[in-house]
Design a binder for this molecule. Structure first.
Ligand code: IVH
Length: 675
């Protein structure tokens, strides 16, 4: 957030920010609780430091920006670490990885090619296990990196910590002398949820997140309490007196596994930046499937002699970095709240925000869902709020930071009339806090309906985005989706937006979509509550649009997966005269869904997407063989894809999409059997 505050205003804001950040730190470090996400707190610290840069005379010695972190806790015996437990410098994008790589390569003029050892960065607390002649001697937390707390009795209760190292003939030398294992103590997400569930039933206060709970548990003075909480130790480093015994991190992980320790099986040796970026993108998506929380990767130079040669700057080794995924939360200010009318007429309050980068993209708007949600969360215009955004989801306001208010915040009131067409808004259903614009011809509804109709997942009409739809409506060239099919290139040329090539291209891509698959057609109509999956279910059940048109609520409710709300919405839609007029218009223009018959040739009516590399053939050959048997080869998964053939080295995004659409995934072997 950039400030345009006067010195006096900045002073007041700074005080409020410091007090809130200090409270966050106290709860986090002393009470092992969390009053907001780290990401939101980071965002506030960033704002504070920007204000302090602008007004340096307002910096005080006790400002949270002036603090150096970490000190061992009293209550436990203190133990000095054999070597300093370092932290890692963070990088946030590919170019920062390149900069790191360039820096270290410069320091290693005689090294030809570096190998990197890449692992998931676990979100827990660091701990060192010291084994003497193979027996667990003591366990020490990180503390300030030099001195940590002796938590041996507590660590001994963790099942994944071997009390003695496993003896295997190959690595028996590690059972002699000093062996130190460093790693992360984590609580798994599902076990954390179960623990909180139990506490809820017992009426006990809930824990904030797995890491704080793990940290708080390890610092309990009563080992029996620790034993009752599910904790896990996952190793990431192995230290011996003679460092040459473990030449690389990949060897370290192999030995650790043999000695009976748990290591991340996801870790990998990679050589090129491309591989690292692919690994990062992959795990950013798949991380939700890991048992523990993670916010990035650890990338280390695999060769430990080189790693040591690179040395340490400040508190971090030069030979390793933490690659952090984009934060999914940040704080910003609500500049205003306005009401947006959706294609079904729903009036949704939307927060206009001071621009902020979240999860890699700039966020300026966030949905507030409905009136009662705003009231419940008490979100006011002018509030500093925590905003959440992950992947493709619509940004959402989580909560206002009430303590940062200065008294000028305004309470939002739902307008009585539609901001687009001034029609009086109505409450859709009494119990429903959703207001709707009842005007079927409300301009906002029209363009959103047509934009939805043309969208990728619906009729997939190339070149018909939001701006073109608005321009066509404004020029009165179209009124409804059916009008698209009578558009001519000459008409389009009347608009500034089109030249000859683009005009004929758009007309062509519209005409190419006159016989859509039934599921796409159903989805494209924008019937309330009909998402892609429901459209597929309806298409598979009815196989004929005419049948769907005359269906009753009872018949619909009998279908697996179709509830009453959906059934009512479908019947209601087909009961509206204007919708029937639209359907008849489609019919008269020969725009009609096709029912793909799944009989005939071996693969006729069956569509495939191939992802990853196949061993037996290239993509082109796969496409040809599918087509020669009457099947359809598609380049991207859609609602009409039957099979996703999963080859080697597959990116997570396609798999996630297949899961979302319920597409059947098959291996290359299964695919070959089908052929
Ligand atoms: S390697 C110099 N590997 O992240 C320390 N650390 O910010 C290099 N961490 O203190 C350690 N998962 O507690 C490594 N797979 C992993 C890790 C990991 C979590 C923690 C560790 C370290 C901190 C560095």
């Amino acid at each position: 957030m950039s400030s345009k505050l006067s010195r006096a205003q900045a002073g007041k804001r700074i005080e409020k920010l410091r007090s809130l950040i200090n409270d966050y730190r106290y709860h986090y470090h002393v009470l092992d609780e969390s009053i907001m996400s780290d990401e939101a707190a980071d965002s506030l610290k960033h704002e504070l430091s920007e204000l302090e840069t602008e007004y340096p005379d307002l910096i005080t010695l006790d400002s949270p920006t002036q603090r150096v972190a970490g000190a061992p806790l009293p209550g436990f015996k203190q133990i000095e670490h054999s070597s300093r437990m370092l932290s890692l410098n963070d990088v946030f994008n590919e170019s920062e990885i390149v900069a790191w790589e360039t820096r270290i390569i410069k320091l290693l003029p005689d090294t030809a090619k570096l190998e990197y050892f890449v692992d998931i960065k676990m979100d827990g607390l660091a701990c060192a296990l010291i084994y003497k002649d193979g027996l667990l001697s003591h366990a020490v937390t990180r503390g300030d990196g030099l001195i940590g707390e002796d938590v041996t009795s507590n660590i001994r209760t963790i099942e994944s910590v071997p009390l003695s190292l496993r003896n295997t003939s190959e690595y028996s030398s590690f059972l002699k002398g000093y062996t130190e294992v460093r790693g992360e103590i984590v609580m798994y997400k599902d076990e954390f949820a179960a623990l909180n569930e139990k506490r809820k039933k017992e009426g006990k206060p809930l824990f904030a997140n797995p890491r704080n709970t793990a940290a708080g548990t390890i610092r309990q003075l009563d080992p029996s309490l620790v034993a009752s909480r599910p904790l896990h130790f996952r190793a990431y480093d192995l230290i011996r007196e003679n460092p040459n015994e473990v030449a690389t991190y990949s060897v370290a992980y192999k030995v650790l596994k043999h000695l009976g320790l748990l290591v991340n099986k996801e870790s990998k040796v990679l050589t090129t930046r491309k591989e690292i970026m692919e690994f990062a993108k992959d795990w950013e998506l798949k991380r939700k499937d890991l048992p523990f929380n993670t916010d990035g990767l650890v990338i280390k130079v695999n060769d430990r002699a080189i790693y040591r040669r690179l040395g340490v700057v400040g508190k971090a080794p030069r030979g390793a970095i933490a690659y952090k995924y984009a934060a999914e939360q940040a704080t910003t200010k609500v500049k205003d709240i306005f009401v947006s009318i959706g294609r079904t007429g729903a009036a949704t309050p939307v927060a206009m925000l001071e621009a902020v980068v979240i999860a890699g993209s700039t966020v300026q708007m966030a949905t507030l869902h409905n009136e009662s949600e705003i009231a419940k969360k008490d979100i006011r215009i002018g509030d500093t709020v925590i905003v959440h955004k992950a992947g493709d989801i619509i940004p959402e306001v989580i909560e206002p930071l009430v303590r940062l208010r200065d008294g000028r915040e305004k309470i939002f009131k739902m307008p009585e009339h539609c901001p687009e067409c001034s029609t009086k808004l109505i409450k859709y259903k009494e119990a429903d806090a959703v207001w709707r614009c009842p005007n079927q011809s409300c301009p906002s509804r029209s363009w959103k309906r047509i934009e939805h109709f043309a969208s990728k997942e619906a009729m997939d009409i190339d070149g018909l985005g939001e701006k073109n739809v608005i321009a066509l409506l404004a020029a009165k060239l179209i009124n409804d989706p059916a009008d698209l099919y009578i558009l001519t290139a000459e008409q389009l040329l009347q608009l500034d937006r089109f030249a000859e090539v683009s005009a004929s291209k758009l007309v062509k891509s519209i005409q190419a979509k006159k016989s859509p698959p039934l599921a796409r057609f159903i989805y494209s109509l924008g019937i309330r509550h009909i998402g892609i999956q429901t459209a597929v279910d309806l298409a598979n059940h009815f196989r004929d649009f005419n049948k769907l048109m005359s269906v009753t609520i009872e018949e619909l409710s009998d279908i697996d997966g179709i509830g009453e709300v959906v059934a009512e919405a479908v019947v209601e839609w087909f009961n509206e005269t204007r919708n029937i007029t639209l359907i008849n218009k489609f019919k008269s223009l020969n725009v009609w869904p096709v029912v793909v018959k799944k009989t005939g040739g071996k693969l006729s009516g069956v569509s495939f997407v191939v992802t990853g590399t196949l061993e037996a053939m290239g993509r082109e050959e796969a496409a040809e063989r599918i087509r020669s048997l009457g099947g359809t080869f598609q380049s991207a998964i859609g609602i009409d894809t039957d099979y996703l053939v999963v080859g080697a080295n597959v990116g997570a995004s396609k798999l996630t999409k297949a899961d979302k659409l319920g597409t059947k995934k098959i291996s290359e072997k299964e695919f070959l059997n089908l052929l």
